[in-house]
Design a protein around this ligand. Structure first.
Ligand SMILES: C[S@@+](CC[C@H](N)C(=O)[O-])C[C@H]1O[C@@H](n2cnc3c(N)ncnc32)[C@H](O)[C@@H]1O
Length: 203
């Protein structure tokens, strides 16, 4: 999903930094920023990158909260991967506070609270440039490539990313529907969300 069109890429919540390292290995992004809020993670990553002998001008490390990020160059890509949907929403709120996001793009790949995340993205006018469902070790992840300029709205539940003929997709939907079934037993508020996912699984 990451094309070579960005001035800089921010691997936020980077932890092991695998995403940023893959981009450094690919060699086409001029600068990769590794960002995590845990000091020991950034220290370990600094040693790891030094051992790999990547040119120092090609990367930078930042120990800070992603919410506080102020983007330095136009046309950047910000990646928010591997955190929960609620954390991603807080990070996006911070990014919007500190930046004009009109020339930037964002990749999000998170777990949990996906419906709330989609709702937030729609409210805040993020547009969908690409969306897909990927599986890693049997776990499904919805991946979003977003910006503020594409025409496509983010769909409330992402109907087009699902191929119901694919058993992995069916299992992913079943898990979400089961989650909402448990939730609406006590409180009916989210019944419409459950029904949206049920409609996709039926197709
Ligand atoms: C599970 S790791 C994700 C690693 C990698 N991005 C991936 O997708 O596999 C989550 C990382 O996010 C960091 N993190 C969580 N909230 C953060 C925030 N608000 N700002 C910066 N880093 C954060 C944690 O310290 C942790 O290293």
């Amino acid at each position: 999903m990451i094309k070579d069109e960005y001035s800089e890429v921010w691997d936020t919540c980077c932890d092991h930094g695998k995403l940023g390292v893959a981009l450094l290995e690919r060699g086409s992004v001029s600068k990769v920023h590794f960002l995590d809020c845990v000091p020991s993670i950034i220290e370990a990553l600094e040693l790891k990158l030094a051992r790999r002998n990547f040119e120092k001008s090609r990367y930078q490390l930042h120990c800070m909260k992603a919410e506080d990020l102020a983007l330095s160059s136009k046309g950047s890509l910000v990646c928010i991967c591997g955190v929960g949907g609620e954390t991603a929403i807080e990070i996006l709120k911070g990014l919007e506070r500190n930046n004009d996001l009109s020339s930037h793009e964002i990749i999000i790949c998170v777990q949990h609270h996906i419906y709330q995340l989609r709702e937030f993205l729609r409210q805040e006018g993020f547009k969908s440039k690409n969306e897909t469902l990927v599986f890693d070790k049997g776990i499904g992840y919805e991946v979003f490539l977003l910006n503020k300029t594409s025409k496509e709205d983010v769909h409330p539940v992402g109907t087009s990313i699902f191929n119901v003929a694919n058993p992995e997709h069916q299992a992913y939907l079943k898990k979400i529907i089961e989650h909402y079934k448990r939730k609406v037993r006590g409180d009916k508020t989210d019944i419409h969300i459950m029904n949206l996912y049920k409609d996709i699984a039926k197709k």
